[in-house]
Design a protein around this ligand. Structure first.
Ligand SMILES: C[S@@+](CC[C@H](N)C(=O)[O-])C[C@H]1O[C@@H](n2cnc3c(N)ncnc32)[C@H](O)[C@@H]1O
Length: 218
């Protein structure tokens, strides 16, 4: 089986076609997530930045942004997209082992990334590590749909598995192991968007019920 990185090195020139196929829906949700994150003037990390679309939205908010990805070819496109943006740096690294100190960033984003990484648990754990206490993380990824949409899921899932090497993930249950408190959750039918805050220590008893229904917004 090809490695995820090798796949994205090859996919890079075609990747932005997916935004066209989604008729702007992905871009709409990237903007919505950034808006929820209150990022103005802050230091943000965009994980699995790919062609740098979310990093660009973040960089318009007058803070400093680092976009990180392990694919050189995806980063090349991100560099072209973000030419002249002095407050944005793009670096090549593995999201599972980030080269940053603990509690460095005010904000972390990962759009359409948690569903492509090989080690979801390790990636989320490192994202939380580099996030400051009280900092926010915004994510968007594929999930198992509910209701009758479940019948369509195998087709959509197969398409994204084959074309973009992305699969359904359950970030929400992994988030429960970390000190993350839900701020907002959007059900996007075949995907989900979450905005969460890093708190000192999650009181698992007090908050476990909150977690299930917390802030679910359609
Ligand atoms: C589906 S693209 C998402 C790109 C972008 N965030 C967006 O909103 O369109 C997934 C990206 O994750 C990157 N990626 C996957 N696993 C990674 C890892 N372990 N470390 C760094 N980047 C990774 C891929 O190289 C690819 O650019």
């Amino acid at each position: 089986m090809l490695k995820t990185r090798t796949i994205y090195e090859f996919l890079a020139p075609f990747y932005d076609l997916d935004d066209v196929m989604c008729l702007g829906a992905k871009q709409h949700w990237r903007k919505k997530i950034v808006k929820e994150l209150d990022v103005e003037g802050k230091l943000a990390l965009d994980l699995a930045t790919g062609t740098g679309r979310t990093a660009k939205i973040l960089s318009k908010k007058n803070g400093r942004v680092i976009g990180a990805d392990f694919s050189r070819n995806m980063l090349k496109i991100a560099r072209i997209r973000n030419r002249g943006r002095d407050n944005l740096a793009l670096i090549q690294c593995n999201a599972e082992h980030l080269p940053f100190r603990d509690e460095t960033f005010d904000v972390v984003t990962c759009t359409c990334g948690m569903d492509t990484v090989d080690d979801l648990e390790g990636t989320l754990s490192d994202a939380v590590r580099v996030l400051k206490l009280g900092g926010k993380i915004g994510m968007m990824y594929f999930t198992e749909p509910e209701g009758w949409l479940r019948y369509l899921d195998p087709i959509i899932k197969k398409f994204y598995e084959v074309v973009w090497h992305a699969g359904n993930v359950d970030v929400l249950s992994i988030s429960k192991k970390h000190s993350l408190e839900m701020i907002r959750r959007y059900d996007l039918l075949f995907a989900e968007a979450l905005v969460m805050e890093k708190c000192r220590e999650r009181d698992s008893n007090a908050r476990s019920s909150d977690y299930e229904s917390d802030a679910l917004t359609n």
